[in-house]
Write a protein that binds this ligand. Structure first.
Ligand SMILES: [Zn+2]
Length: 183
């Protein structure tokens, strides 16, 4: 009964991890509060009042042999732990640890994890948002009708010129979150 399910559907914000909520150069699994982009905690606290939160990260450094899978998993669980301690509830953390040459199904911009979230948590993708510092984050969202927001932290400044025309650009996740809340 799709009509009934439509009413239960919720919007979500899908956040990139490295460069968007934590600094991208912090490959060290032992992160601290200083590893987070300024304003990230405030941003997520605001967003979770109206939206489910997900983290979707490409960690190709694992596939490329620059970081072990164990260290990446440890980093991810530390991120989640610190967010929980900060009063933030992330519904699910999705990580693709393949390198692009692996041609896996889960690497962004392929919308694998968006569809997975939609299925598992009844997320309405059309009323959802993606925030990230790579053009592929914007593409990831737009592929499924979500709104892709680009931030200039992490690699954002470097890849700004590769963005398609008309993408909404913000200085950081906090500014992007303020915009989402006003929609
Ligand atoms: Zn993958």
């Amino acid at each position: 009964m799709p009509e009934k399910n439509e009413k239960l559907k919720r919007s979500a914000v899908f956040l990139d991890q490295g460069g968007t909520i934590i600094y991208d150069d912090r490959r060290d699994k032992n992160i601290t509060r200083d590893s987070f982009i300024p304003g990230a905690f405030e941003a997520l606290r605001k967003l979770q009042e109206k939206h489910l939160l997900f983290i979707v990260t490409n960690q190709s450094s694992v596939g490329l042999g620059k970081m072990s899978r164990e260290d990446a998993e440890c980093l991810n669980s530390n991120v989640m732990k610190m967010l929980v301690e900060g009063g933030i509830r992330i519904t699910e953390h999705y990580a693709c640890m393949h390198k692009r040459d692996d041609e896996c199904e889960c690497i962004k911009p392929k919308p694998f994890f968006l569809h997975k979230a939609a299925e598992e948590y009844l997320v309405d993708l059309q009323s959802s948002f993606v925030i990230g510092d790579h053009p592929h984050d914007v593409e990831f969202g737009e592929k499924v009708g979500a709104k892709g927001l680009y931030v200039l932290t992490g690699h954002g400044e470097k890849h700004r010129g590769d963005l398609p025309h008309g993408v909404t650009v913000f200085s950081s996740v906090n500014e992007a979150s303020d915009w989402i809340i006003q929609q």
